[in-house]
Design a binder for this molecule. Structure first.
Ligand SMILES: [Zn+2]
Length: 132
């Protein structure tokens, strides 16, 4: 197991990080208008409702965009690594890493699927790989 910096967890984001520990990609859904939103936040940007619950995303999506950071180098990351913006099948986008692929083979629009990786300190992160 490797380590990663711990995310800041608050009342509005706790469900998301706890969901990852159960291998669930939970997305906030507004109980006022039904809109999905991510990253988690207290108020719906469409109808301003503070009432929300969550849905479990399918974990399938496509690469919307990606970057390969080179500098500065962090000791907790293996290089090269890919930061990806995935457009989920549910229609919202999440930031993650794209793994199990040669960086030269990444293309916008390619199908990807989520998997879950455990790190030190009880941290589980959502990661993506090419869809099988
Ligand atoms: Zn709403």
């Amino acid at each position: 197991m490797a380590s990663r910096p711990a995310p800041t967890i608050g009342p509005d984001t706790e469900f998301f990080w706890n969901g990852l520990r159960e291998h669930k990609l939970l997305i906030q859904r507004c109980n006022g208008c039904g809109a999905l939103r991510h990253p988690p936040r207290p108020m719906c940007p469409k109808c301003r409702s503070l009432d929300w619950d969550t849905i479990e995303a399918s974990g399938r999506g496509t690469v919307y965009s990606y970057v390969m950071p080179h500098e500065p180098r962090f000791p907790f990351l293996d290089y090269p690594y890919i930061v990806v913006l995935v457009e989920l099948a549910e229609g919202i986008r999440v930031v993650s890493n794209l793994c199990d692929i040669d960086p030269a083979g990444v293309t916008v629009g390619m199908d990807v699927e989520v998997f879950y990786q455990a790190f030190d300190d009880d941290l589980v992160l959502h990661q993506f790989r090419p869809a099988r």
